[in-house]
Design a protein around this ligand. Structure first.
Ligand SMILES: Cc1ncc(COP(=O)(O)O)c(C=O)c1O
Ligand SMILES: [Zn+2]
Length: 444
């Protein structure tokens, strides 16, 4: 890929980039996207890992220092980010989302230590803000005129919001069928929105071609190696928040690893990012073991699940038809990082039916107070299946990541939540409605 014309300042602790396919290493700025061993489209791109000098970082920065930073968002992790300057991050608070102890939901699953990391509470209401913040920051450091992305909706919404905050022109390729709330976000924040009359995969390939043609900076998942680095901040926060929550049990420690983490999967970039965050903490000696990572797909979009079951390195494309639009992907673009995350940590991929995904919106909402879009709820549906299969023990510490807010797809929420009781404006009607609901408490 083209080397940026602008001489880049170097992120202080990044030593380079390494291809997951062929092992070739590159200096930062030597290339922007994927390795030349496989530069085209499809599932077997030459995806790159960003490599840090952990020894130098651990010597320079004590672990407590990051968490004591007055910046509560992802900026506090700046030494572990691929940025030359912390000020390159857009001026919106990304990250620092709550890790919620959810005892009622835990009870319903027969677990004792269950937490929800609610990433629906980011500025654009999904985890993708973590990656898009890095995209905007790197675009600024490289002097890119335009940033573009293909997206099932949330990565684009995140790019739109963060670009607006930073004054960064941007072009978005989304499938025309993305939920209206996500498209509305793009429009109000001023992106050029190209709603592709086709699938996400077609939008992805078109964005790639357009970026090559017009010289735009491409944020697309799996193609841009730095997106993993943004997404990994969710794990850095989980490690810190768990340590805080469990000080009584474990004694004071700045970071603590859970036993298992559940996250939904489309392209596989979030799962790869979750893995990278815990790997960073382990390499720095700030946690003493890795959690098992579980990637949850819909049975109607299960390319990575299928590949994992079959022991394949490159997933065979599927025809994705899941209602969980954020994880509806034919050919996953970040398969190597996702498969590695599960294989190296002794986790698993799980495939859950769409009915279980929509149904899982309700316990999250009613037992934990968390409103999730279908892709977020899929992670909980995966945990329920894992408990059934005996993959998780009752006494283990488990984290489920809600990757997106329920307000992103109100249609799906209405399908799960049912219809309201429509009544005339009389007390009599209220009495009748109460009688009809026969003993059902309002919160059930
Ligand atoms: C809410 C939500 N959950 C999960 C995912 C899946 O992430 P990935 O495609 O990186 O696997 C996405 C991606 O768009 C998302 O928006
Ligand atoms: Zn390569």
């Amino acid at each position: 890929m083209a080397t940026s014309a602008i001489v880049q300042e170097q992120p202080p602790f990044v030593v380079g980039l390494r291809c997951l396919r062929c092992g070739t290493t590159y200096r930062v700025g030597e290339l922007d996207y994927v390795c030349s061993c496989r530069p085209n489209t499809g599932s077997d791109l030459g995806t790159l890992d960003v490599i840090y000098d952990y020894q130098a970082l651990a010597q320079a920065i004590p672990p407590g220092q990051l968490m004591a930073d007055p910046d509560r968002g992802i900026g506090r992790f700046w030494p572990l980010l691929p940025l030359a300057r912390r000020e390159s991050l857009p001026p919106l608070p990304v990250g620092d989302t709550p890790l919620l102890a959810v005892p009622r939901l835990a009870d319903s699953l027969g677990l004792r230590h269950l937490f929800i990391k609610d990433d629906g509470r980011n500025p654009s209401a999904s985890l993708k803000d973590r990656a898009s913040a890095i995209a905007v920051a790197r675009a600024r450091e490289q002097g890119a005129a335009v940033v573009a992305t293909a997206s099932t909706g949330n990565a684009a919404a995140a790019l739109a919001v963060l670009s607006a905050a930073a004054g960064q022109p941007n072009v978005i390729f989304v499938p025309k069928a993305a939920p209206p709330a996500k498209i509305a976000q793009l429009l109000v924040h001023g992106s050029l929105v190209l709603a592709v009359d086709g699938s996400y995969d077609q939008a992805y390939d078109l964005c790639l071609a357009a970026c090559r043609e017009f010289g735009w900076y491409n944020r697309s998942t799996g193609y841009n190696p730095y997106m993993t680095e943004g997404k990994k901040t969710v794990s850095l926060e989980i490690g810190a928040q768990l340590a805080q929550a469990q000080t009584d049990l474990a004694g004071p420690a700045p970071f603590l690893a859970p036993d298992a983490v559940f996250v939904s999967v489309g392209d596989g970039c979030i799962l790869g990012g979750v893995h990278k965050g815990f790997q960073d903490l382990l390499a720095l000696g700030w946690i003493d073991r890795m959690p098992r990572l579980y990637g949850v797909q819909s049975t109607r979009s299960a390319a990575l699940y299928n590949a994992w079951r079959a022991g394949r390195e490159v997933p065979a494309p599927v025809e994705a038809t899941t209602r969980a639009d954020s994880i509806s992907v034919d050919a996953p673009r970040d398969p190597f990082k996702a498969l590695r995350a599960v294989r190296e940590t002794g986790g698993a991929f799980l495939a859950v039916p769409d009915e279980a995904i929509l149904a899982a919106i309700l316990p999250l909402a009613r037992l934990a107070g968390v409103f999730a879009e279908p892709a977020g709820a899929a992670a909980l549906a995966g945990l329920a299946q894992a408990v059934e299969q005996g993959l998780v023990r009752p006494d283990e510490t488990v984290v489920v990541i809600n990757t997106g807010s329920g307000l992103k797809d109100v249609g799906a929420a209405m399908e799960a939540g049912g219809a309201p009781v429509v009544i005339p404006p009389t007390l009599e009607a209220v009495r009748k409605a109460l009688a009809d609901s026969s003993g059902r408490r309002p919160q059930d």
